[in-house]
Design a binder for this molecule. Structure first.
Ligand code: DGJ
Length: 357
């Protein structure tokens, strides 16, 4: 008789125990994606770094409800063996927002699209992210930078600001150019930077690519040899095309771009482009998505182009399916980038395996 209450107690306690999730063999775009502890991965607007045989996933840690549209925790890190990419281990919070209300990264700020690169010269891991100061909506349009001695952190916040104050673009527009109004307005104080990515070229030069000029134009800014500062050299791309969510990769000597249009959290038709160099000139290739829901990019927005380690030329389109009412439940849309007529394309797949490519 006394066994029953004891059993009931045991059963009630079970969900609290860390029951490891089952080993997964396939990526299922749009489904809940459990980490090794059985929790939905919480790393949105993510970026990836291959380091010492593992791929490290950094992304926005979201809290439930609409509060998830601000940063209350920081940047969450996960890792997976480089030949897996389906099973992810929770590595904890790499960068924490600050309890100090005077900090640029005070809890309640907007901290989006973190990306991490490794600097071999300084032996530091360098994280850049889009930062909006608390209580200012999307008006600040800054970039933040943080560094760490270890891949998982803790990352130390260095500073935030606009980009390259007082410095003209290398491909500066002509005065009066209708697509350069905000570029000229922001020249003295620095260029705006919202959605962003980082790209390290084969020669080790790193670039910061961000939506600028009130999101109308992307800019591509060179980082210095510590990766923690801009050099002052930057290029404007796609003027007046309103592109967000930039993702870059290189294949067969050419540089490819995948991004989105500009419709807030709602999905739109993706964009793609090709260039002979990171800095351009870029030629648009159209919407890479194919099939039903192509005009909404399979209900997703790009965040990163992830080369599959050990499989040269194979790249994963990593994207977010946002849920602005409850961002912690936002889903991940990962699809292999396929090719048709020399253009990257994105076909829907309900389940697939990177190892099988
Ligand atoms: C679209 C961007 O891509 C997201 O990162 C986020 O900034 C939303 N806009 C906010 O509306």
């Amino acid at each position: 008789m006394r066994l029953l209450p004891a059993l009931a107690l045991l059963l009630a306690a079970l969900p609290a125990l860390a029951v490891p999730g089952p080993r997964q063999t396939q990526i299922r775009p749009g489904e809940l994606w459990e980490d090794a502890n059985g929790n939905h991965i919480n790393a949105h607007g993510g970026g990836f770094l291959l380091h010492e045989g593992r791929v490290w996933w950094f992304g926005e840690h979201k809290v439930p409800g609409e509060a998830g549209n601000q940063a209350w925790v920081g940047v969450h890190c996960y890792s997976s063996p480089a030949d897996d990419l389906v099973n992810w281990r929770d590595e904890g919070i790499a960068l924490r927002v600050s309890d100090d209300p005077a900090s640029d990264i005070a809890a309640g700020c907007i901290l989006e699209r973190p990306k991490v690169i490794y600097n071999a010269k300084t032996r530091k891991f360098v994280m850049w992210f889009h930062l909006e100061l608390k209580g200012q909506g999307y008006g600040a349009a800054r970039s933040g930078v943080a560094v760490a001695d270890s891949v998982v952190g803790p990352y130390t916040f260095l500073r935030s600001g606009r980009i390259n104050p007082g410095r003209p673009a290398q491909n500066a527009p002509a005065p009066g150019d209708p697509n350069a109004k905000h570029y000229f307005r922001d020249l003295p104080g620095g260029q705006m930077a919202r959605d962003m990515t980082l790209f390290v070229d084969d020669d080790g030069t790193a670039y910061h690519i961000y939506a600028s000029e009130e999101n109308a134009t992307l800019q591509i800014a060179e980082l210095d040899d510590t990766y923690t500062q801009h050099t002052g050299r930057y290029w404007r791309a796609f003027p007046g095309r309103f592109m967000e969510a930039p993702a870059l990769f290189k294949k067969d000597g050419k540089y490819y771009f995948i991004g989105s249009g500009c419709t807030g959290w709602a999905p739109n038709a993706a964009r793609s482009a090709v260039a002979p160099a990171v800095i351009g000139p870029w030629t648009e290739l159209g919407n890479p998505a194919r099939g039903p829901n192509a005009e909404k990019t399979h209900f997703s927005q790009s965040t990163y182009a992830l080369p599959i380690p050990g499989k040269p030329g194979q790249v994963i389109f990593c994207a977010d399916r946002w849920n602005p009412k409850n961002q912690i439940d936002s889903r991940y849309i990962w699809l292999p980038i396929e090719w048709k007529d020399g253009k990257p394309i994105l076909n829907w797949k309900p389940a697939w395996s990177p190892a099988a490519l």
